[in-house]
Design a protein around this ligand. Sequence first.
Ligand code: BYC
Length: 320
Amino acid sequence: MTVSTADDPIKLAEFEARLERGETIEPKDWMPEKYRKQLIRMMSQHAHSEIVGMLPEGNWITRAPSLRRKMVLLAKVQDEGGHGLYIYCGTETLGIDREELVEQLLTGKAKYSSIFNYPTLTWADIGVIGWLVDGAAIVNQTMLAKTSYGPYARAMIRICKEENFHKRQGYEICTVMAKGTPAQRAMVQDAVNRWWWPSLMMFGPSDGTSPNSAELLRWRVKRETNDALRQRFVNLTIPQAQAIGLTVPDPDLRYNAETENWEFGAIDWAEFQAVISGNGPCNRERMAARRKAHDDGAWVREAAEAHAAKQAARSREHAA
Ligand code: BYC
């Protein structure tokens, strides 16, 4: 990989011309330092989100209501772990070590998605996470499958296939509960009421207050704005809610026949800011769980290093 701190204007023009032609940028290609930094920030935040995202759902594996539900949930949580590792590998192609990325998460320097700082109170939350949270992730990640950085785009294509399965299993749980007893119906409606607004916040701040969007759009890392993706998600989701007789907790929601958009009420950005600055309902719990997992895994890292050193010594002996 060739990077420079003071970007050479000729190389920068060539780089931007390549993007203009719709070419993807690969790890060994020249790239502006800021492009590399933006991708490390975004991809590592994404990888951390997948790993932290295992916690709220993992919390329900032992309490799934049937063996089938338990197997599906186990597979889903394992998928999220796989996505995290896959995106960490993609981020390493930008010249940063996994160790450093994990360090940034554990010290709070790197963010992870706001959505995973909310608690999973009932089984219905598992259905609603699959439907709304994975549903929102698919809208964002389908756009990222066309991002300008090759390794990230390819990772998104594979990950989106699994996310589609996650969404379907979540919507199926919600459908069964919505058609169930009055208590089950009330439980799933309560879960939708709690997860709706946090799901809309997943797309990030409004376009006017999104500091990174302009640069990411110029370099085709993002292909659409936060607000455009949020609107697409709402337009897709409202008919799904109606189909199973659920509502979203927004008195201002109305369909605009002219624009063909479901217009929605104001998002509580103060809540979003509180959550992304570490003060959401579960931020401390999530970080404590990740730190404990990291500490508990120290012996694995030490054993792997000792094994690698032994292997290296053996190959030196053979070579001598
Ligand atoms: N949460 O300038 P902006 C999943 C931060 S995992 C926390 O608009 P950008 C799943 C943003 O980082 C889904 N922070 O940023 C897993 C920035 O702060 P910094 C994860 C957020 O990058 C398991 C500041 O706010 N997906 O699907 O242009 C189970 C200003 O924002 C959030 C990804 O990570 C947020 N929601 O746009 C189930 C996708 N929103 O970094 C499901 C990759 C914004 O400057 N990431 N911030 O300190 C992206 O697409 C973009 O980074 C974002 C934000 C749309 C999230």
